[in-house]
Every structure is written in C-alpha cells, then in structure tokens.
Design a protein around this ligand. Structure first.
Ligand code: MRU
Length: 363
C-alpha cells in the first residue's frame, strides 16, 4: 500500500498544493504565496473536492494575513474580509468554501486580539486546526459507514472523494478504505466522471496505490454494471446538501441515483456536516457552477467536437432527496425523513466544537 502524496501542506510562509490537473501522469506541487494564487488554484482545479477547497480557502486567508500591510487589527480584518469574498466566489457550489471563510473571519474578529500579530497568529492557527479536524472527521465518517459495506461489497463510486478531495483519507472513499483496512473484501466500480475524469485520473490512481481492487467504467456503463454485476451499493460524496436532503454533487450523480433506484441499489451520500447548508431550503436554492465549453469539446487540448458546438457544461447536478437512501456523516447515519436528522447532525457538530480534543483546538 502506498499513501497518496499530500493534497495540501502549510509550509509556514506558503501553501503547497498537489497539482491534481496533472495526475496521474505527473506528481507535481504548486506553491501559493498569496490569497489570489490560492483562489486561482481553486478556480482552475489544481485543488478540488469540497473539503480540500474549504481548507485551501482557510489557508488562503492565512496567506492574506501574512502578506497584509495593515498596521492595526481593524485594517487587517478589512483586508481579510476582501480576500475572503474573493476566495468564497472562486467556485460557487461547494458550501465548504463559504463555511471555511466564515469560520476564519469569525476567529479573526475576537475583540481581545488587539494587535496585527495576534490576528495573524489566530488566523494561521485556525486554518491549521481546520486541516487537522478534516482528517479526524473523515475517519469518523469511515467508522460510521463501515456497517453499510458487507464483506465482498461491490460498490459504485462517482468522481473522487478520497484523500485527494480532502486533507487526507477522504469521505466516501474513506469508508471504502476503512473497510479494506479492517480486512473486508471490497470491489469498486469507478465511474470515469466526464468531463474532468476525476474517477479515471484520481480515484483509480488512489485505489491502485491503496491496493483496493477496482474496475474503471464509463459513466454511461453504470446502469448496465448494476444489472450485470449485482452492485450492492452506490457511494458518493457531495458539495452541498440542502435542509431537505436534496444534494449537489459532481455532474452524473443524479442519473446514477435514478439508475440505482431503478435497480433497487441503495444510494449513500457521505458528507462532513460542514457540507450541510441549512440556509438552502431545497435543491433549487443551490447555485450550480457552469464551466468552460473546452472541458467538453477538447481532451488534452485536442478537439473532439466541432469548434462551434453549442455546449452546456454544469459541473454539478442535484439529486433529489427521495433518491437517496442515507447520509453518512461524522455524527452518524441520517435516514429519511432527512430534515430533522440533518438539523440534528448540524446541531451536534456545533455543540461538539466546544468539546474538540485539545490537540486539535485553537488557542
Ligand atoms: O469538481 P470537483 O472535482 O471539485 O467535484 C468534487 C465532487 O463533486 C466530490 O464528489 C465532492 O466535492 C465531495 S469530495 C469529498
């Protein structure tokens, strides 16, 4: 088993990101020195996956605090607010981005921080705490999800939700990894995930390094794989869960859920509680990112469609709550009706923040 290289590392004066655009052909890092560079890395998908971009935004604010020229705390808070808005807007669908920015700005806003040095140190410490918490949360998701995977499970997975999508370990793939590490036999059908190929390039690569057996399929083969191989469950991650359970995730998730329903295959969504957005009443409140036509009309720079093709390229879709069997969070499994269960999971995390282990806590 070979651990995948680190998705992101705080180097004290810069944020080091594994360049996921180049994987699996090249394993290369990119260093960000400014919040603008961190925002661009999120936008161009050097770093991707909801938890990873949240923590990147947090360190983007740490970079803003380091580079800030203000001489008083209120000037620094002002600059952090501006950088925060830029980072928040770098990708619109994953709620983790706004959540991370809000958490850092709140930490910087404590009145007792009466020097720029104090504010700067607090921002950096909070970002480091969030990174450590992400790993802990993913391991908890892994433990909660474990009973849902029978020994010998055939799992269908979409996009990439492994350590590359988080600080480490991952959410949905973290559950698969927990099962494999505990001695269960599992087999993953990996959707290639057009158009950015997160499944083919990243998930297949991660599973291979972990020694977890998989079969790579095209997105269009998923329903047929359910019919032919008796898939036991679908397991995906998510970018934003509305209060009623409607869920935004990588484009292709919706039709996977419909195919699962038609075949009687349970459809599970793994998510940290930070991905639940109680301000979105339903999926129609979720803003869906649309990306460049080039992602569809070209592969590795080579045209695969007419140059003047009319293209619609939503990066995410919304799976209605009634196509989801359950959510697997760090606070346990949430089953229908989702409204009260999701609200409880959020409330529990808010009260747990007061009980976070000292080694993970700020200050
Ligand atoms: O466009 P991406 O690669 O950032 O999309 C990622 C996904 O849709 C993941 O499924 C989601 O962020 C969960 S990652 C734990």
């Amino acid at each position: 088993m070979t651990e995948p290289p680190k998705t992101l590392s705080w180097m004290g004066d810069r944020l080091r990101l594994l360049d996921q655009r180049k994987l699996p052909a090249e394993v290369m890092n990119v260093d960000c020195f400014t919040p603008e560079e961190a925002a661009e890395a999120i936008r161009n998908m050097t770093v991707r996956g909801a938890p990873a971009i949240g923590v990147t935004a947090a360190f983007g604010l740490a970079l803003a605090a380091l580079r800030c020229g203000a001489t008083d705390p209120s000037g620094m808070r002002n600059e952090l607010g501006i950088a925060g808005e830029m980072l928040r807007l770098s990708r619109p669908t994953a709620v983790n981005l706004g959540w991370a920015v809000d958490r850092i700005l709140k930490a910087a806003d404590i009145p007792r921080l009466d020097s720029v040095e104090d504010v700067r140190a607090t921002v950096i410490r909070e970002a480091e705490t969030m990174a450590a918490e992400d790993v802990e949360i993913n391991r908890r998701i892994g433990r909660h999800g474990l009973p849902l995977l029978p020994d010998g499970a055939r799992i269908l997975h979409h996009c990439n939700t492994g350590s590359l999508a988080a600080v480490d370990y991952g959410t949905a793939l973290g559950i698969v990894r927990t099962a494999a590490e505990g001695g269960k036999k599992v087999h993953v059908f990996v959707d290639e995930t057009r158009p950015r190929l997160q499944g083919a390039r990243l998930t297949a690569w991660e599973l291979g390094r972990l020694g977890i057996p998989y079969t790579l399929i095209t997105d269009g083969a998923a329903a047929f794989a359910m019919k032919m191989f008796g898939v036991d469950l679908c397991l995906v991650g998510c970018d934003r869960v509305a209060a009623n359970g409607d869920t935004a995730n990588k484009i292709g998730t919706y039709h996977l859920a419909l195919a699962a329903k038609a075949h009687g295959v349970p459809f599970y969504v793994a998510c940290p509680v930070s991905t639940i957005d109680m301000d979105c009443v339903s999926g129609s409140d979720i803003r869906i990112e649309e990306r460049d036509a080039d992602e569809i009309t070209r592969i590795n720079g080579i045209a695969v469609a007419p140059a003047d093709a009319v293209v619609w390229n939503p990066a995410f879709d919304v799976t209605p709550a009634d196509a989801i069997t359950a959510f697997i969070t760090e606070n346990g499994i949430v089953r229908p009706p989702f409204g009260p269960g999701l609200a409880d999971a959020v409330r529990k995390s808010e009260s747990d923040r007061l009980r976070i282990p000292r080694r993970l806590r700020r200050g």
